[in-house]
Design a protein around this ligand. Structure first.
Ligand code: PGA
Length: 256
């Protein structure tokens, strides 16, 4: 995958949505649009992350296109007696070059904590899968002035020591902005992305090459303004990634 930060990464997190038929047709619509409008690839790289059970099918649609395939989670274990889990190797077999880890919905619904997330990140990297590591504060944490501390602690806890910068993408997603239609203000996004960028630069060799995505109610309408903010290198998109028009519309809105 390109780590060219001049291009933004537009990543679609489909979460637990779409029938198989919808997933296949959405992938066809996205790749079809990019095929007909190849100039959009000068602005953005594209990643889509369907449900695990749809990966193989979606892969048949996007395998020979510029759109990358990713998982939404993987196990911290390599294989064995772990009912219901999916290993990084399985994701790799299905064509995934990336995986989202530590999403706030996994942190909330499955009580995932940094100590577990870092193990998952290590497993993915061992399989040559790059990781989109998600961090972000809750509304309560923001209102009590703890947003920076929370995000820095999550970065410290979930990025393995010695990780290669080229394997890592960070997604800053304030929990209160996910699926709510509320977007963090440009000033807040800029301030926290700056803090994340400084941390990555100091912590990892070549850490300033790491892309930092913003996530939380990103749409074509707000992507242009967000894309102008320093240290915003792309978007992790939920709701608006479920329609080809709004997903590619986000890339179209990016200001060069
Ligand atoms: P949203 O989700 O775009 O629907 O707010 C973003 C995410 O959870 O990654």
């Amino acid at each position: 995958m390109s780590t060219n930060k001049n291009k933004l990464l537009v990543a679609g997190n489909w979460k637990m949505n779409n029938s198989l038929e919808e997933a296949v047709s959405l992938s066809k619509d996205i790749t079809g649009y990019i095929h007909e409008n190849p100039e959009i690839l000068q602005k953005a790289d594209f990643l889509i992350c369907p449900s695990h059970v749809h990966l193989a099918w979606v892969n048949t649609v996007i395998a020979d296109t510029p759109v990358m395939l990713g998982g939404q989670d993987c196990s911290q274990d390599s294989n064995g007696a772990h009912t219901g889990d999916v290993s990084a190797e399985m994701l790799s077999d299905l064509g995934c070059g990336m995986v989202i880890l530590g999403h706030s919905e996994r942190r909330q619904d499955h009580k995932e904590q940094d100590a577990l997330i870092v193990e998952k990140v290590i497993k993915a990297h061992e399989q040559g899968i790059k990781t989109v590591i998600c961090v972000g504060e809750t509304l309560e944490q923001r209102e009590s002035g703890k947003a920076f501390d929370v995000v820095l602690a999550q970065l410290e806890g979930s990025i393995p020591v010695g990780a290669k910068a080229e394997d890592v993408v960070v997604a800053y997603e304030p929990v209160w902005a996910i699926g709510t239609g509320k977007v963090a203000s440009p000033e807040d996004v800029e301030a926290i992305h700056n803090v994340i960028a400084d941390y990555l630069k100091e912590k990892l060799d070549n850490g300033d090459a790491i892309r930092i995505l913003y996530g939380g109610s990103v749409k074509p309408d707000n992507a242009g303004d967000l894309s102008r903010i320093d240290h915003v290198h792309g978007f992790l998109v939920g709701g608006a990634s479920l329609k080809a028009g709004s997903f590619v519309g986000i890339a179209q809105a990016i200001e060069e």
